[in-house]
Design a protein around this ligand. Structure first.
Ligand SMILES: Cc1cc2nc3c(=O)[nH]c(=O)nc-3n(C[C@H](O)[C@H](O)[C@H](O)COP(=O)(O)OP(=O)(O)OC[C@H]3O[C@@H](n4cnc5c(N)ncnc54)[C@H](O)[C@@H]3O)c2cc1C
Length: 465
């Protein structure tokens, strides 16, 4: 069988993986989707209780909608906001069902390589098919040959630790009984009891951190949650951008998350501890957690800690593949500069596709949440455009592959992350480039325009650089 007749293996049946499979089917290329979980959308299901800040209209892939239409599927009201559970049950599962046995669940990819060629060997490497090692839930193993590989395995399984240096803090592993790396589901009575009336540290300042603070404040306001209090641990100082873009965010529900977090602090349900890099978790006499900072500060004991410091990609099963990844973000080198939080927080990302997602190893692509590596601000609609372009490239349709189009809603805050322990000045002075103009929806053009934008923008300025 020639390599061209082999399937394209898609790792992960999440939003990006299922969209990739849909585009492959549309182009008459056989996909084989391997999903470690027992059902499609396994990662999304683990945050079933969290409401998305994107509407249905922004998280349904157009090609998937076409594939689903003949099955009698109707898209929920595009202006409403699904929860993770809705997204999995009402879209991802029906989509996986419509792909049939092209989707295998309980199938964990444990390795990807070139058949008969380890990472070193050049000899007619590109002519060899990929070999994908799979371990099934029943313990069986299999080698699957593939003409190309699309890794859409996300980053959900590899959350970042609490340690201020990117490493687990001392004692963090030993304190696992009192630490979670997920937004808690306070509707679950057992989980609610764990946090009700307790003092909880929330470490992290992204959308998930905001969500956890808002949830704990709601609990504190409730009858059975009296005395609930959060300690919000931030590596940076508090500034205009700390709570996100608020009303300036073109995803109002995303902006509202930051405002809810701000209200939790303003209303006294949470204290913010700034410039704190967790170095160690110690225990007091009652077994409660004491967070110790790199600067020697010791916080008052807490009962629980919620660590929401982002995610990072699992590259362990790609060790035999020649990837081109940025040293900071562990994202493809061409994409990294467009999403680097040291430079950007606007949420605007120039349209990118197969070229930015390519590696020295031809025929393998990291897409979806995983393509962003450690960078935040990934949106599902970015993943949908990525896989449309990647599949067009695999099909040899470079015209379509290169015609990347994407208009992303801006966050309303700009400029880079800056130095960790100094609030980014331009925000607080109220002047700054971001506070001024009402953000306009940016009509994004092909990369060539990037140069000019950067030149025009003031140093350290908005969006352009
Ligand atoms: C709490 C939360 C809220 C979010 N809200 C929004 C929002 O409102 N709007 C928005 O646009 N984006 C949002 N995102 C970001 C993003 O769109 C989602 O994370 C989305 O699920 C990413 O899709 P994905 O397919 O790239 O990865 P995932 O959904 O993580 O899917 C990857 C799949 O791969 C499987 N897998 C992992 N490893 C392997 C392996 N070795 N072998 C086989 N299978 C494997 C996993 O089980 C999983 O099912 C949110 C993310 C989180 C965490």
């Amino acid at each position: 069988m020639s390599t061209q007749q082999l399937p394209v293996v898609v790792i992960g049946a999440g939003p990006a993986g299922l969209a990739a499979a849909t585009h492959l089917v549309e182009r008459g290329i056989e996909p084989l989707v391997l999903e470690a979980g027992s059902r499609a959308g396994a990662a999304v299901r683990e945050w079933s209780h969290v409401r998305l800040f994107s509407t249905w209209g922004e998280v349904v892939d157009p090609a998937a909608e076409k594939l689903l239409a003949p099955t009698g599927w109707t898209r929920p009201d595009p202006a409403t906001y699904p929860s993770g559970g809705d997204w999995a049950e009402q879209y991802l599962q029906p989509l996986a069902d419509s792909l049939g046995d092209r989707v295998r669940t309980g199938a964990t990819v444990t390795g990807v390589s070139r058949a008969g060629r380890d990472r070193i060997v050049d000899a007619d490497r590109e002519q060899q098919p990929f070999v994908v090692h799979v371990e099934y839930a029943d313990g069986r193993e299999e080698r699957v040959l593939a003409r190309a590989v699309i890794d859409a395995s996300g980053t959900w399984t590899t959350p970042s630790p609490a340690g201020g240096s990117g490493l687990p803090a001392l004692g963090e592993k030993a304190a696992a009984d009192r630490i979670t790396y997920r937004v808690p589901d306070l509707k679950d009575p057992a989980v609610r009891a764990r946090y009700a009336g307790k003092r909880t540290a929330v470490i992290g300042s992204g959308a998930s951190g905001f969500t956890a603070l808002a949830y704990l404040a709601e609990l504190a306001k409730s009858e059975d949650g009296k005395g609930t209090h959060a300690v919000w641990v931030l590596r940076r100082g508090i500034s205009g951008s700390t709570f996100g873009g608020g009303e300036a965010d073109q995803l109002p529900a995303r902006g509202a998350l930051g405002l809810a977090a701000k209200a939790a602090v303003d209303d006294g349900y949470a204290d913010a501890v700034t410039g704190f890099r967790t170095e160690a978790f110690e225990r007091d006499g009652d077994g409660r957690l004491v967070l110790v900072g790199e600067d020697g500060r010791r916080l008052e004991p807490v009962d629980e800690a919620i660590v929401l410091t982002g995610f990072r990609p699992d590259l362990s099963f790609l060790s035999e593949i020649r990837l081109g990844l940025d040293e900071r973000l562990q994202a493809p080198v061409e994409l990294a500069p467009l999403i680097d939080p040291n430079q950007h927080s606007c949420g605007t990302v120039y349209p990118h596709g197969h070229r930015e997602l390519s590696h020295p190893e031809q025929g393998i692509y990291l897409v979806g949440m995983k393509s962003y590596g450690r960078a935040p601000t990934f949106l599902a609609m970015t993943g949908y455009e990525q896989v449309r372009s990647v599949v067009a490239a695999i099909a040899g349709d470079l015209d379509s592959a290169d015609r990347v189009e994407l208009t992303l809603p801006e966050t309303g805050v700009c400029g880079g992350a800056g130095l960790f322990d100094t609030p980014d000045t331009q925000q607080t002075d109220g002047g700054g480039c971001c506070a001024a103009p009402e953000p306009q929806l940016v009509e994004l053009v092909a990369p060539t325009a990037v140069g000019t934008a950067a030149e025009e923008a003031p140093a350290g300025g908005c969006c352009g650089s």
